[in-house]
Design a protein around this ligand. Sequence first.
Ligand SMILES: [Zn+2]
Ligand SMILES: [Zn+2]
Ligand SMILES: [Zn+2]
Length: 150
Amino acid sequence: MDIRAEKDKFYAKLGEKGLKATTQRADILDVFLRSKQHFNIEGLLAMVRRKNPRIGYATVYRTLKLLTECGIACERDFGDGQTRYEHMTGDAHHDHLICLECGGIVEFENERIEALQDEVASRHGFEVMHHKLELYGICRQCASKRDKKR
Ligand SMILES: [Zn+2]
Ligand SMILES: [Zn+2]
Ligand SMILES: [Zn+2]
């Protein structure tokens, strides 16, 4: 999906729900579609407020929910009690490495892992609709900091 298609999809969703296409929603959409991070609602709110200081938490929250329903945003839970959102650019699937020390997130794609997962599922006669693979540990930077302390 390109940005134009994503916008069309979002506005179609608003129409479907009988919601108005307000300037605030358009501003949130703009900021979100240009983002490439994994952020929580406060993070997006801070970015959005640089563009439009009058936007509130609830509007950002509801807009993110709508974007998630459209498949434009994806909700991520990396186990620290914070829901994060990320922009699903294109159809590219990826999985995550999450650092338990600094909270840093690295994205990866590995065809062999993907193929193995499909193989396991089909062996069980299981049809996979979607999946997420999250590896938790210590990132390179944090590991080297640890080594220096020793
Ligand atoms: Zn995967
Ligand atoms: Zn780290
Ligand atoms: Zn990601």
